[in-house]
Design a protein around this ligand. Structure first.
Ligand code: CS2
Length: 495
């Protein structure tokens, strides 16, 4: 079968083809972390914004950090890829065309720095996952002792995201380049301010004079708008690629499947020009805060709960977990009892409708979103998704039983390493070694809880010392180990 490419685009039905024509685009955005999420989210908003405004200057240079796989899939097909927007009843196809170049940072560090310095590059966006920022998720501070950051600051061609970003900004400063907007599109609390702080922290790892000049230039010329992003985009599978090939009549090694829902709330604080994303459905607002906790706690917090408890109960997919007996009621209980009292949603917002829609989104069977994919990097995700609301509820004198069962689910997932039926569960986490080591000799529920509460990058001391929290966790791990996750979920609901 022929490969998807610009030359073969004419064979794709015209309604599915990208607008504007990819041939006409020049590069205006550098995106760090050109994975499935970016390609099904910001890249589509950008393409649509150009179409609405009749602009052609926002083509995207996508950067892949750790593996060349994305570049190997995209480059031979002129960076085109299809997005299959799938609900249980229909699939819409779009061949996306805004990504115009893909760089593999490890091998093309020089090209990346040059691209970041070019005056035509006005916006940098990032989706590098929580761990890509090399920070402490409890304090929000840069992991200053990280050897990779030190190696980048020492002058090797940068391999970390912060190293690449700051080296690019420095090249831009030296060449007298214009202002730059750096837009974090990862699920981090206050992601704009957080990224600014991390960038400043990284600058301070550089020799004194360079650090001072850079910090000044950044403060005068670089803005870090905050954003809230939302769209469920599972890692693509062979079945997805086969489906795309069947629809397109062309081989597409970079096809992705996503859900119809999409949301992007962007703080309108850009240092220079930007695509007219609002014409593509993004909400440009003065403050994203009211949207942020709602999304991170209700969607991502529930997602993590379903991932750990669902994987323990033997469910491969999030959709299987949420449709298993008791799980939807448990997730709704988690949202209503433990999350909602901690939120300040935008005025007039239909929170009940949002929560109902979330359970429906999780249940979309076409997505094939694996519980073990969402379970990845729990040490980075738990603090903002589950522990922050738990802390707020404890401070209000409540007993957040649902959320604590989810945290206990993570503890059981980490310490048992297998599901209730004895199937191995992968521990894919930057702290995996520490977590395994901490729980190796823990043989009782209280031993497991004690060992993991001692991991300071996950649990701040005041939370680890909270007696109510501890008791709920020990009860949770005990029930999970004796009766399994399905029974534990049912029992928390029964109260
Ligand atoms: C998920 C998110 O993998 C995960 O941790 O919770 O990627 C989630 O699908 C997105 O944030 C949805 O917007």
């Amino acid at each position: 079968m022929d490969r998807l490419s610009i030359a073969n685009l004419a064979r794709v039905p015209s309604a599915w083809r990208p607008v504007p024509n990819p041939r006409d685009l020049s590069l205006g955005i550098v995106h760090l972390g050109v994975g499935a999420f970016h390609r099904a989210h910001q890249a589509l908003y950008t393409e649509r914004a150009m179409a609405e405004r009749g602009e052609t200057n926002w083509g995207i240079c996508g950067v892949t950090q750790r593996s060349a796989a994305v570049a190997d899939a995209l480059v031979p097909q002129d960076c085109l890829y299809s997005v299959l927007v799938s609900s249980p009843v229909a699939t819409e196809v779009h061949v996306a065309g805004a990504v115009r170049q893909v760089l593999f940072a490890r091998h093309q560090a020089k090209e990346l720095l040059e691209r970041l310095a070019l005056p035509g590059t006005a916006v940098v966006t990032l989706t590098v996952t929580e761990k890509g920022y090399r920070y402490n998720p409890v304090t929000g501070a840069l992991a200053e002792a990280d050897p990779e950051l030190a190696a980048d600051a020492g002058g090797r061609p940068p391999e970390t995201v912060l190293g690449q970003l700051v080296a690019g900004i420095e090249a831009r400063m030296r060449s007298g380049g214009p202002a730059l907007s750096v837009v974090c599109c990862d699920n981090l609390p206050s992601n704009g301010a957080t990224l600014r702080r991390l960038v400043e922290g990284y600058c301070r790892l550089l020799p004194g004079e360079r650090a001072d000049a850079l910090e000044r230039w950044i403060s005068d010329n670089v803005s870090f708008p905050a954003t809230v992003v939302d769209r469920i985009v599972p890692a693509a599978t062979d079945a997805d690629r086969e489906k795309a090939a069947g629809l397109l009549g062309l081989d597409d090694r970079a096809a992705i499947v996503t859900e119809p829902f999409t949301q992007w709330v962007v703080e309108d604080s850009f240092a220079g020009p930007r695509p007219a994303w609002e014409l593509a459905g993004a909400e440009l607002v003065a403050d994203v805060a009211p949207y942020e906790e709602m999304k991170l706690r209700l969607l991502n917090g529930s997602h993590s709960a379903l991932a750990y408890l669902g994987a323990l109960a033997g469910h491969e997919l999030i959709a299987d977990a949420v449709t298993a007996p008791g799980f939807a009621a448990y997730v709704r209980g988690l949202m209503d009892a433990d999350m909602t009292p901690t939120l300040s949603p935008p005025a007039g917002f239909d929170l009940g409708g949002y929560k109902t829609a979330l359970v429906e989104r999780f249940a979309n069977p076409v997505l094939r979103h694996r519980t073990t994919q969402v379970a990845m990097d729990g040490s980075q995700k738990l603090p903002y998704r589950l522990l922050a609301p738990v802390r707020a509820r404890l401070a209000a004198g409540a007993e957040p039983r649902h959320a604590c069962l989810a945290v206990a689910g993570w503890m059981r997932y980490v310490s048992a390493g297998e599901s209730d039926a004895g199937e191995a569960l992968p521990l894919d986490d930057p702290l995996a070694g520490r977590l395994r080591e901490a729980t190796r000799d823990a043989s009782t529920p209280s031993g497991v809880v004690e060992a993991l509460l001692g991991v300071r990058e996950v649990f701040p001391p005041d939370l680890a010392d909270d007696a109510v929290f501890r008791k709920l966790l020990v009860d949770g791990v005990d029930t999970l180990s004796r009766h399994g996750a399905a029974a534990a979920v049912a029992s928390v609901e029964a109260g």
